[in-house]
Design a protein around this ligand. Sequence first.
Ligand code: GLC
Length: 804
Amino acid sequence: MITNTELEQKGNAFPSNVVSFRKDVDTLYFTTENDVALQITILRDGLLRFRYSTTGMFAKDFSYAITKHASIGYNQLDIEEKEDNYSITTTKIICEVSKKGLRVKIYDRADGTLINEDELGFHWEESYEFGGDIVKMSKVSHDGESYFGLGDKPGHLNLKGKRFENWVTDSYAYGKDTDPIYKTIPFYTGLHNKKAYGIFFDNTFRSYFDFAQERRFVTSFWAQGGEMNYYFIYGPKMTDVVEYYTDLTGKPDLPPLWALGFHQCKWSYYPESKVKEITSKFRELQIPCDAIYLDIDYMEGFRCFTWNKEYFPDPKRMVKELEADGFKTVAIIDPGIKIDKNYWVYKEGLENDYFCKRADGPYIKGKVWPGECYFPDFTNPKVREWWSGLFKELIEDIGVKGIWNDMNEPAVMEVPNKTFPHDVRHDYDANPCSHRKAHNIYGMQMARATYHGVKKFSHPKRPFVITRAAYSGTQRYTSTWTGDNIANWEHLWIANVQVQRLAMSGFSFAGSDIGGFAEQPHGELFTRWIQLATFHPFFRVHSSGDHGDQEPWTFDEDITDIVRKFIELRYQLLPYLYTAFWDYTEKGVPLIKSLVMFDQEDVNTHYRIDEFIFGDSILACPVIEPNAKGRRMYVPRENWYNYWTDELVKGGKEMWVDADIDSMPVFIKEGTIIPKYPVQQYVSEKKIEEITLEVYYKKGKEDSQFFEDAHDGYDYTKGRFCLRSFKLTGRKNQLIIQQHKEGSFESDCKNFKLKIHGLPFEIKTIQLDNETKSLEHLQVNGCLTMIIDENFSELDFNGENGEN
Ligand code: GLC
């Protein structure tokens, strides 16, 4: 194991004294006596890129992670040479670079707080085996500093005291401490002195992060090759850090709304009659569902882009019939192409030389589901284009609506390292390299090629793709799931952690295999998992099928009823989730937020795990133990309404919350307005002419949003959306709701049904857009309800003495 923490370690080399400095527009260049070069590029006032070279020269700049759409530009850049250092000032930070050793310190410009400081800073070790360097960076870890992020790591949310490796790995039945697993997202957020910053180490080689584990006051990261190339992202809010990171590595487009509905999957549903039996049962039992998945058995001998005609004699007809019943079909596609001279995909790949090769020329051969396979080099743009084109039949002709990319780590069976050998060659978009460099982005490039194909052939509808392997930036192309988990209580905990962590790593459209992939859950575990996943952006049941069934009706009737109730809740909340998704695509705001991200100033949140915020204002906390009648949880500062009882609780403390098997702790932040659809069996089943607005009274002001569009297609990019901004103002004797509408989309909605929760006064008068309404418009059944025109601008409820 390589460490960078042995000061005396013979192999380590360090930059010496700075001998030259120059500035070229937004980039500063430093060189040292021993030919170390440092480039600092100022991308935004709080976003700096650091690149180090040990030879004085930099390789061609290329990254799969960074998007060309990233927002760049700063307001101020002043450089001052001081006795010991160079000082760089922007509107947000001051960065000092020492003349001895190129060590960096970064301060908050406004109040001078030290945010981040190099310990040894950049150093390296020559890699005799492969050439180049093992590049290392060590930073001071401050007392009380916490660390978050790094993608799909299954352990505690706060990474402090732990060491991690990044090497995308097929990890069947992983556990809490398994590392690495399926994804590499070398980005973390540090938090101390209530201020947050991020570090994104954009290096695709096998990399490591040590968060004050080996030495208590040192956090370090290093990689087995490539450049020390990292971005420093200043918040100071955690949400800002993630938003800037997501802006840099890319935001997804809006998914079709059906993709946010419930999905049912298993390895595998076949033949056609089985698929139909499952989908009919959903409709019969009135359990909403939008997507049904076909795992590898739909293919002919696991050959991608083929169909087993015995099981599926007429896929086009089947997919059409499923669609008529409101089901979208999603099919799996793996990277391994079966070696079979009569198989057209294999032949095309071979003829065009699209498969990956070993260093000395032969193709890399590996065993996956179909037996011996060759593997397309997705790092070659020509191969990606070919791959995209292969989806024509599945998507355009047959009508499949989504593609599921799996085994794209790439996973290889029966070999000790579970993947390609290091010497395999890759094009890497005309930067030829070995698998050491391309491994971590292989799956991402497969998902990218898939996305472009599905997008092209789905047009004018939106694509849906899901991937298992990922590197930073993969969120631009696809959704993801957390891989082969297990049906046990620990994995319910893990699913909760992983989906939160992915969201704070820029990858919000994520979920777990509900109920567990390996083994079989009992009804209670399945129910608790459905409850949690109701609040996960991606909502899919999947299981290996080896251990029995895992459909909502597999257990007893009571369980089916509870599962239905939660899936129905998800469908009611779709407009709220879709609005949050839109916010994510616009600004990179994570779809779910761990408590620390919701309130970083409250130190009680720094080690909380179970509770999280769904969207902006729903607090959810799963029950993750058997036989529970409720649980203790931390309710963050602010006032919250218990979703089930409307009881108002004051946060900032831990409390017991009742939640028998048919319930789960869910709270709504006071002042919020939540749009809700009626229950549908699938998205677009009904023309929705009345939308409910759940209004949660607050003494004070609160803003809420509601975004609508056609729920598919691209018209929204041309202004055909409807964005409603609501302003709620609550006083002792008054509640005002104002609406402002933007965009040219004509919603089907004619009326809002307002449901007012927690109103502390008796209504005496109602003004709607300056007209007095009679109190007869109000109904009282549990909470106050009123139907109003969707175009209202201002609604004013007054109590006894008007506006106090
Ligand atoms: C892998 C996937 C799993 C899938 C199976 C068969 O284990 O992670 O989701 O069902 O392969 O394709």
